[in-house]
Design a protein around this ligand. Structure first.
Ligand SMILES: Cc1cc2nc3c(=O)[nH]c(=O)nc-3n(C[C@H](O)[C@H](O)[C@H](O)COP(=O)(O)O)c2cc1C
Length: 180
């Protein structure tokens, strides 16, 4: 898929078919997401891909802060990914101090780039994704078995789209763009 087309046609998908997602597809997607740029090429993003239905159900039931829409989004999808970040690296000096005034900001920044790269790579394979920020990071970490130095940054539902939603409108370009 041409890059601009991929960027324009990617949508947040909240309704999926029952077709499963394969480990090979997941490997292809994550190997593309790994190419995302990161702070000093530190590559702190980690991907816990939950295909096991029982584990996925636990995340839906126990780690969505009872937000029923996300509960359903996860139940509906073939897979849910816990996108995690290794902590204390992106944005830090070797002595543990912050490199910039933005402090811990760079860890999430890197996770965000990796997240969109993941979603675009999935879209390129015909798969839909949904980034979810409304979830309980600690409960998620426990269920997915994150390492102690990792923090859950976002959940991503993955599956074959059951419908093609229309694009939510974007603000006028001149509202978001300043050229001086
Ligand atoms: C950081 C972040 C958190 C989000 N959290 C949720 C969420 O918890 N539940 C949900 O249904 N959508 C969530 N979304 C999806 C947005 O609502 C969606 O990206 C936006 O409406 C634009 O639609 P589009 O992705 O189809 O362009 C989130 C998106 C981002 C980037």
């Amino acid at each position: 898929m041409e890059l601009r087309t991929g960027i324009e046609t990617r949508r947040s998908i909240r309704s999926y078919t029952e077709q499963p997602v394969t480990e090979e597809q997941i490997r292809q997607i994550v190997s593309a997401a790994q190419l995302a740029p990161s702070w000093k090429n530190s590559q702190t993003a980690r991907y816990y891909v939950i295909l096991d239905p029982a584990l996925k159900e636990r995340i839906a039931a126990e780690a969505t802060m009872q937000f029923s829409k996300n509960m359903n989004n996860i139940r509906n999808a073939a897979a849910v990914v816990v996108l995690a970040s290794k902590q204390g690296i992106a944005g830090y000096n070797d002595d543990g101090s912050f490199t910039t005034a933005l402090g811990t900001h760079w860890q999430s920044f890197d996770a965000g780039i990796a997240c969109q790269t993941f979603c675009l790579a999935a879209h390129d394979l015909g798969l839909g994704t949904l980034i979810m920020g409304i979830f309980d990071p600690e409960k998620t970490a426990e269920i997915a078995g994150l390492a102690r130095d990792e923090q859950a940054a976002a959940l991503i539902a993955v599956g074959y789209p059951a419908a093609e939603p229309s694009a939510p409108p974007r603000k006028p370009l001149d509202e978001v763009l300043t050229i001086r």
